[in-house]
Design a protein around this ligand. Structure first.
Ligand SMILES: [Mg+2]
Length: 225
């Protein structure tokens, strides 16, 4: 049985919904359509015109201009819903001796708030972070090293440190930013895929489950691997 499981967060542990970043841009009154500044930053990052941290810094400046606070972040986090039975399932996997990790492009305080008490079942939660000044207004976004291509780097490091085979590790994800993970040589499972996930590509995704509503099935799938 697989003992090391790395989860994506958005759309993998949570119900499909608008990306949290997009929600913040919209909440701050910015356009989020195809021609928006918000989208242009993504394309610039994608075309390697700016680094991931540049992307975070430019985003932070815009959020700060409109006075984005930690309170706003909590409000957004409280609208994110876990898939049903995620909490029972991660508890069960933890009790079975699995090491669980999250590698996400979301924001760490959002993930902790959404998971609540279940966060304790994860050995690590890796995501972007936000710092707020004494008035509660955002003053720094600390970008994660482990989004996009970085997700594969996380697993490569993990395998090296734990001295295990990549095939002992399962990654569960759903989106376009998970497409590099297979380069680490780990097993990959795509669930509830986003349109940009290339879910039918069996090199990127060894396994696919198109619709999961009840997370209990994940425990069964892991047991059979
Ligand atoms: Mg995702």
């Amino acid at each position: 049985m697989i003992k090391d499981i790395i989860f994506d967060f958005d759309g993998t542990l949570t119900k499909k919904g608008t990306n949290v970043w997009k929600k913040i841009w919209a909440k701050m009154g910015y356009d989020v359509d195809e021609n928006s500044y918000y989208k242009s930053l993504f394309y610039k990052y994608n075309n390697k015109e700016i680094t991931h941290q540049d992307w975070c810094d430019l985003t932070c400046a815009k959020f700060r201009d409109r006075g984005f606070t930690s309170r706003d972040l909590i409000e957004i986090a409280d609208k994110v819903q876990l898939l049903s039975n995620v909490q029972d399932t991660v508890k069960k996997l933890h009790e079975q001796g699995c090491h669980l990790h999250i590698v996400s492009g979301n924001i760490a305080p959002v993930i902790y708030r959404v998971l609540g008490d279940s966060a304790k079942y994860f050995d690590s939660i890796n995501a972007n972070d936000m710092h707020f000044d004494e008035n509660g207004i955002i003053d720094k976004i600390v970008g994660t090293k482990y989004d996009f291509e970085g997700k594969a780097r996380f697993i490569e490091n993990y395998i090296k440190i734990k001295r295990i085979s990549p095939q002992d590790v399962l990654f569960i994800g759903n989106g376009g930013n998970d497409k590099w993970v297979y380069e680490s040589g780990c097993k990959t499972l795509c669930i509830n895929p986003d349109l940009d996930a290339n879910s039918d590509d069996r090199q990127i995704w060894n396994n696919l489950v198109n619709e999961i509503e009840d997370y209990s099935v994940i425990a069964d799938i892991v047991r059979e691997m």
